[in-house]
Ligand binder design. Sequence first.
Ligand SMILES: [Fe+2]
Ligand SMILES: [Fe+2]
Length: 217
Amino acid sequence: MNKPKNFSDFFALSMTKFFRLIADTFFAKRYGHRAVVLETIAGVPGMVAGMLIHLRSLRSMKTGYGPQIREMLAEAENERMHLMFFIEIAKPNAFERLLVISAQAIFMTFYLFMYIFFPKTSHRMIGYFEDEAVKSYTEYLELVKNGTVMNINAPKIAIDYYGLPKNARLSDLIRSVRADEMHHSEVNHNYADSLNKSNMPNSGNIRDTKISNKRVA
Ligand SMILES: [Fe+2]
Ligand SMILES: [Fe+2]
């Protein structure tokens, strides 16, 4: 757990606890539905951050932003793929679909302004969100392991994406998704830490990296 060190971190953690409370109240132990709805939200921050950093690079006419732009866009794409996996497992009801549409409008607007004015707090908050996602997937995995949730076959789209064996199960999928969330957590906490020191996280000698060529839907 990345302990909050200043007001910005405490704010990020409070927002995370607030959103977690809403999710817990609404979904309780319905982890399949929880994953579907929350992954529709999880795909937003990377896209917003990637777009804003891209625009900043254009305005400033400087190199050095490339790695972070690609990392953020890759995160958004990875979250969208999580949605594609879980939509094969849990079908949202009409109310949940309505919730997704409203939540996207609200969260997209909220995060856009938050990232423009407080990028460090934004990355910290997403780091904490990802920590919560790791916890939720661990709880989901426990329910699968103890037989409360049936360990069905993993969807083909997930088997192809992660290169899992053909007989992979839901538990293997959850482990793979959880590893992605751990990576997102580390990346976002690192960006928040580096923004404590500089306004340009990847300034210096970091060379542009290639986009990961994972398969997409
Ligand atoms: Fe995710
Ligand atoms: Fe994530």
